[in-house]
Design a protein. Structure first.
Length: 139
């Protein structure tokens, strides 16, 4: 027996999708307006990662966030963005658990990975432009 309330699950998925979409968009815009793409590139290099990935990561977060927000293959986009947040968690791991620690901790990126996994499993919910009901079902 399951304890999922099917009456409200589509609404819950909608709220999750909207929150994730806004988060990804704001994450991208933080890189653009605050850190700048050259600054983000330099930070990536300081972490031992290729600096040229700054623009692709920025675009993935921005375009992906918009697609999640409107529900255009949102659950697939969440799946694609999970590795981005896993790398973020990995780079922040030495700073400790709390994201408010100097340099940011790993709690927030790990939570976003988990929320993205829930989105992948649950679906896009109501008012999605393009939602596929059963991601793992045989076609």
């Amino acid at each position: 027996m399951t304890s999922i309330d099917n009456k409200y699950s589509a609404d819950a998925a909608l709220l999750l999708r909207l929150g994730l979409g806004v988060m990804w968009i704001s994450h991208a815009l933080l890189k653009w307006f605050v850190f700048t793409i050259p600054g983000f590139s330099a930070w990536l290099e300081s972490q031992g990662l290729p600096g040229f990935m700054a623009y692709p990561v920025f675009l993935l977060e921005l375009v992906g966030g918009v697609m999640i927000l409107i529900g255009l293959y949102g659950r697939y986009v969440s799946a694609v963005l999970i590795p981005v947040m896993l790398v973020a968690a990995w780079t922040h791991f030495p700073n400790g658990w709390l994201f408010t620690n100097e340099g940011g901790g790993w709690e927030y990126p790990v939570f976003l990975v988990l929320a993205s996994i829930v989105h992948v499993l649950l679906g896009d919910g109501r008012f999605a432009i393009r939602a596929r009901q059963h991601l793992f079902a045989a076609s």
